[in-house]
Ligand binder design. Structure first.
Ligand SMILES: [Zn+2]
Length: 330
């Protein structure tokens, strides 16, 4: 865990290591950032830095009993609260406060971590507020949120706020690979979702795997000027027309394919989404003009607009097939 958060948020981990080492932690912090930006990991890292018995220069050892129990969410002086159902209720905050009125189980310090803090009900937030105004004892609170604008300004004003940026593409690729997903597959999943959590979710989806294979086959026929691509819409792609989200996904995959062709036209080492078919895509991009590559992208984006005004999806894809074939080959 320590390694992961140091890679994900190097500047912030260093900042908190220094604060902990100097004994200068404030009473309350707000970590705002998208899913995957490491909010909870950072809060737990600071908790480890505070309680670790083998800390060096602010860096928790990760091995002592304190570090391990904090990573396992089983250390009594680090209390975590998450929404119970749709919201964080006042009883949960009361429980926290009761916890903190006792002295620390293992020492005098206590840390609490509230996930999805924007889901606090107003009474829970007000209850927390009183607590933040008069912290009892040596307490440090971490409020985590994806959307700070939904938290009461009075609560925010009691906290030091930090914005956590979401990790870049390379970082996301590495994390997907770490989950056992191949590089080629990871670039497609990220191309479609742009997010680590969604990419992970989609990685186990058999229908997505089948759809991306079928869309590739259809596009391969278009690249080779094979008009069977037109029939392919009915014989293979039609099974994905049943609902709007599938249609969106299918068109998104087509967008990625025409983009890949365009990208490879301009940049030999461009970051392709259909990386597993990179060689074929590159060979094709070399045969067509840049103008045709750009025009194809426009055609697909036009199809997305038609879909928005409810034209039959089969109609849209058949028309797109013919237009792409003529755009690329005539
Ligand atoms: Zn330790």
């Amino acid at each position: 865990m320590e390694q992961k958060i140091m890679e994900l948020q190097p500047r912030l981990t260093e900042h908190f290591m220094k604060l902990t080492e100097a004994g200068k932690l404030s009473h309350a912090y707000l970590f705002a950032g998208p899913a995957g930006s490491g909010k909870a990991e950072l809060a737990l890292f600071v908790a480890q830095a505070v309680f670790c018995t083998g800390r060096k220069d602010g860096m928790p050892c990760g091995k002592c009993s304190e570090c391990r129990r904090i990573a396992d969410h089983s250390f009594p002086d680090v209390v975590e609260v998450a929404p119970d159902g749709a919201s964080i209720k006042v009883d949960q905050i009361r429980f926290l406060k009761a916890e903190f009125s006792k002295s620390g189980v293992e020492g005098t310090r206590k840390i609490f971590i509230i996930s999805a803090a924007e889901k606090m009900t107003v009474s829970a937030a007000n209850s927390l507020l009183k607590f933040l105004e008069e912290p009892s004892g040596d307490v440090c609170a971490f409020l985590l949120t994806e959307n700070a604008s939904l938290i009461l300004p009075t609560v925010i004003s009691r906290c030091q706020e930090f914005e956590l940026q979401s990790p870049g593409f390379d970082e996301l690729m590495e994390r997907l690979e770490h989950e056992g997903i191949s590089r080629d597959r990871a670039s497609l999943l990220l191309g479609v979702t742009g997010s680590l959590n969604l990419a992970l979710e989609l990685s186990g989806d058999d229908e997505f795997a089948a759809m991306s294979a079928d869309v590739w086959e259809w596009f391969r026929l278009i690249m080779t000027n094979d008009l069977r691509a037109f029939v392919n819409v009915t014989t293979h792609l039609k099974q994905y027309f049943s609902d709007r989200s599938e249609q969106d996904m299918l068109l998104d995959l087509v967008v990625l394919l025409v983009r890949d062709v365009m990208l490879l036209k301009f940049e030999d080492n461009g970051r392709t989404s259909f990386a597993m078919h990179r060689d074929e895509l590159r060979a094709f991009s070399e045969k067509i003009s840049a103008q045709r590559a750009c025009r194809a992208t426009e055609l697909v984006l036009d199809s997305k607009k038609l879909q928005a005004v409810n034209v039959s999806f089969q109609n849209i894809l058949e028309t797109l097939t013919l237009k792409l074939v003529s755009c690329y080959h005539e």
